[in-house]
Structures are given as structure tokens and as C-alpha cells.
Design a protein around this ligand. Structure first.
Ligand code: AP5
Length: 225
């Protein structure tokens, strides 16, 4: 199964992706995580992306599309979940073209809908593990031992682009450049909307319910093909 997760910053894409891949044996491909790894490794790509990420703007398509094409090539036959990519209609068109060349397509777009008012508190309260990427929240999803990752005990950190000022710009960028993707994908009839204002477990349950029905549809397609 090949899935795209759409949603504003803080909608819970990363949080829900981790649940989905654990349950469905899919590869989690987060464009934001890949960019942060490139930055941490001091690569040319990471250097080019830095100023855009720090200001809350999108990294140019010509950098992102090649980077994600390489990442997708490594996905297993079971499929992948894309988190944060595509983020412009142009990126979606290029993704569709690349998949079509391999005889593949996106099976489902999961659209996490969230109120802008909720985003700010989610982002400023987010903490993540620099070692394994696990994501927490100081109120909603606390680690078991204050400030340390449940999985490897590493000290949790706050992302530099999670300040109120940068979050406001990221939201603006989302509404202008990424939200039009919902209509792009709705033309193909593959979009499923979820109320992401709800708690983590409730959102997860509704996504899993939908994926269970889609899994059956996808296997039926495979048999009929
Ligand atoms: P990226 O890393 O993709 O950031 P984002 O889209 O802004 O999304 P986030 O990771 O901030 O939020 P999320 O939806 O994953 O929420 P999370 O699950 O962590 O991109 C960063 C930058 O990289 C961009 O600004 C851009 O510059 C660049 N970039 C990346 N991809 C690009 C592309 N394709 N093209 C161009 N540029 C690109 O949850 C947030 C918090 O809320 C957590 O603390 C979590 O515990 C909590 N939480 C989650 N769900 C719930 C819930 N249901 N209830 C309560 N709390 C919750």
C-alpha cells in the first residue's frame, strides 16, 4: 500500500505515521526528517535547505523532488507512507509521474484536518528524540521519565522551527502552497479526511478502521489484476 499523509504542521502526521508503519509493515518516509538528517550530517543538501526550514518556508521543489525520489526507490514491495511530501501540486505531479513509470500509484491520501488555534500549543509543546525520532508532547504525550526518550533514554529536544513566530509562517505556507493538494487528490477520489483535533488514540483508531477497509480493496485489486 502506498499512502500520502497530508495535514498542517502539528496535525500529527509524524505521530500517526509511526503507528501506521508499525502496524502495516510500510516504510515511513518523512521529508522533514530526511532534511534534518542531512543538516545534522552537514551535507550540501542540508546546507541548501537550512535557511528555508529556519524561516518556515518550503525548500525549493528541485531539491525536494530528487531527494524523495531516491528515498522512495528504497521502499519495500509492501509500500510506504509519505509524511510531508508532496507539499506542492508540482511535487504531487512529479511523484505521480515517477510512480506511473514504475506501474504504481498512490492508493490513499489521509488528510488530517486541524484547527489553526490548536496547532500553536501542539508545536510549542513538542519534544523529540534526536536519536530515534520518537515524538512526545509536554502535556498530551509525556515521556515516562521527565525529559528522556522512552526507547533509548536520550534527552529530548525542541525543534528550532517550533517557535511561535516560525510556526505562524509555516501555517501560512501550508494554507497557500500545500492545502491545494487536497483538491488535486480529490479529483482522483483517493482522499480520506480525519478530524485531527481529537486525541492521538482516537485519530489512530479512525485511521486504522479506514486502512482495514482499504487493505481489503487493495488485495482484491491485486487479485483482479
Ligand atoms: P516537517 O518536518 O514535515 O514539518 P511539518 O509538516 O510542519 O510537520 P510537523 O513535523 O511539524 O508536524 P506533524 O504533523 O508531523 O506533527 P507531530 O506528529 O510531530 O517539515 C519541516 C520543514 O522542512 C518545512 O517547514 C520545510 O521547510 C521543509 N520541508 C519538509 N518537507 C518539504 C517538502 N515536501 N517540500 C518543501 N519543503 C519541505 O505532532 C506535533 C505535536 O503534537 C507532538 O508533540 C505530538 O505529540 C502532538 N500530537 C500529535 N497528535 C496529537 C493529537 N491527536 N492530540 C494531541 N497531541 C497530538
Amino acid at each position: 500500500m502506498r499512502i500520502v499523509l497530508l495535514g498542517a504542521p502539528g496535525a500529527g502526521k509524524g505521530t500517526q505515521c509511526k503507528n501506521i508503519v508499525a502496524e502495516h509493515d510500510l516504510l515511513h518516509l518523512s521529508s522533514g526528517d530526511i532534511l534534518r538528517q542531512e543538516r545534522a550530517a552537514g551535507t550540501e543538501l542540508g546546507r541548501q535547505a537550512q535557511s528555508y526550514m529556519d524561516s518556515g518556508a518550503l525548500v525549493p521543489d528541485e531539491i525536494i523532488i530528487g531527494m524523495m525520489a531516491k528515498a522512495i526507490e528504497k521502499a519495500p514491495a509492501s509500500g510506504f507512507v509519505l509524511d510531508g511530501f508532496p507539499r506542492t501540486v508540482n511535487q504531487a505531479i512529479e511523484l505521480d509521474k515517477a510512480l506511473a513509470e514504475a506501474g504504481l500509484k498512490i492508493d490513499a491520501v489521509l488528510n488530517l484536518e486541524i484547527d489553526d488555534q490548536i496547532v500553536a500549543s501542539r508545536m510549542t509543546g513538542r519534544r523529540s528524540c534526536p536519536q530515534c525520532g520518537a515524538v512526545y508532547h509536554i502535556e498530551n504525550l509525556k515521556p515516562k521519565t521527565g525529559g528522556l526518550c522512552d526507547h533509548d533514554g536520550t534527552e529530548l529536544v525542541q525543534r528550532s522551527d517550533d517557535s511561535l513566530e516560525v510556526v505562524a509562517h509555516r501555517l501560512e505556507t501550508y494554507h497557500q502552497q500545500t492545502e491545494p493538494l487536497v483538491d488535486y487528490y480529490k479529483k482522483n477520489g483517493t482522499v480520506y479526511d480525519f478530524d485531527a483535533d481529537k486525541g492521538v488514540d482516537e485519530v489512530r483508531a479512525s485511521i486504522f478502521e479506514k486502512l482495514a477497509t482499504l487493505g481489503k480493496t487493495c488485495s482484491a485489486d491485486a487479485v483482479s489484476n
